[in-house]
Design a protein around this ligand. Structure first.
Ligand code: NAD
Length: 292
């Protein structure tokens, strides 16, 4: 190489190396995420993922004690400027509106909604009471409607687009024993996300779904009677259940709240900017496409 060219190349390589060493701006810096069920297993792991990427997070949950505890832990780690919390029952229209207003006052808006708050209950069809049916529909299907409608209206007004992610369930796609009310409500969430995607597209609002398979550890659902109910539906004891989930997956792995948080993060971050109305199963390979 002529001397000048060699000098230029060396110069630019050094500049490039300097750039590589410079701290990168965080992927979600300047964005505000509202997370429902933020004091539960998946919600908390998702909040952590977003906080690590620089987002401001408004945690919401019906469980005030868990919410306080989660907020305290996050504020210690990230500082009070980046995270706040407000108690919200997703079935209460007024509380939903108030939580979004709180986020606007505290952080200036909402760019990301993670609709995740949920329950699980199990009963054979002929023992499913209307009360139990309505309980599932109210928290899951109706709750997801109320929070996504609020986010949608706000994002439209903000005119900056947005990303809405529903944490539904693989049971919204495949039926599971003794869980008609739950499966049906989860299916409604998935179809609702597609409708939000359709109406949101002209406004730059994306809506996608993450479907977890059973997430036993870290989930409050599983510390309740759901674990026993599932075990009895599969005619197993609770110790055998986790191994059963692992063995039936193609990858022979269990999934954890952090795995679901990665899926949510994908749909929130710009790397999925051309994905909307999509469903991602985080299930180590136990999707409806396989017959095992
Ligand atoms: P979790 O119980 O640890 O967390 C759920 C959170 O939702 C709790 O903190 C709870 O207080 C909150 N919540 C319940 N009812 C509420 C209401 N009316 N208003 C506001 N908050 C409410 O459970 P998780 O595993 O983190 O579940 C999160 C989501 O993932 C749920 O929608 C659940 O159906 C779904 N999911 C979970 C699994 C699993 O195996 N854990 C599998 C598939 C789907």
């Amino acid at each position: 190489l002529p001397e000048q060219d060699a000098f230029d190349i060396e110069y630019w390589l050094l500049e490039e190396a300097k750039l590589q060493r410079m701290p990168k701006p965080k992927a979600l810096a300047g964005r505000v995420a509202l997370i429902t069920g933020g004091a539960g297993g998946i919600g908390r792991a998702t909040a952590q993922r977003m906080l690590n990427e620089g987002a401001c997070v408004m945690l919401t949950d019906i469980d005030q004690n868990s919410l306080n505890e989660t907020l305290e832990a996050f504020q210690q780690q990230y500082g009070a400027d980046q995270v706040d919390a407000v108690r919200m029952d997703v079935t209460d229209e007024q509380q939903v509106q108030q939580a979004f207003s709180s986020s606007c006052l505290r952080f200036g808006g909402v760019d990301i909604l993670v609709s995740n708050a949920g329950i699980a209950s199990s009963s054979p069809l002929d023992e499913t009471t209307l009360e139990n049916w309505n309980f599932n529909q109210n928290i899951l299907s109706t709750g997801y409607f109320l929070v996504s409608r609020e986010a949608f209206a706000l994002m439209k007004r903000q005119k900056m687009g947005g990303s809405i992610v529903f944490v539904a369930s693989k049971n919204g796609l495949v039926a599971s024993a003794n869980a008609a009310a739950y499966c049906t409500a989860k299916a409604a969430e998935i179809q609702l996300a597609r409708c939000v995607a359709l109406e949101g597209a002209p406004h730059g609002i994306r809506a996608n779904v993450v479907n977890p398979d059973a997430v036993l550890r870290g989930s409050k659902i599983w510390t309740g009677k759901w674990k026993e109910e599932r075990a009895s539906a599969y005619q197993m004891n609770t110790d055998e259940l986790e191994e059963h989930y692992r063995q039936r997956s193609l990858l022979k792995r269990n999934v954890f709240p952090e795995d679901i948080a990665e899926g949510v993060y994908f749909f929130v971050a710009d790397l999925s900017s051309k994905s909307t109305g999509n469903v991602l199963n985080v299930d180590a390979g136990h999707a409806p496409s396989f017959t095992r």
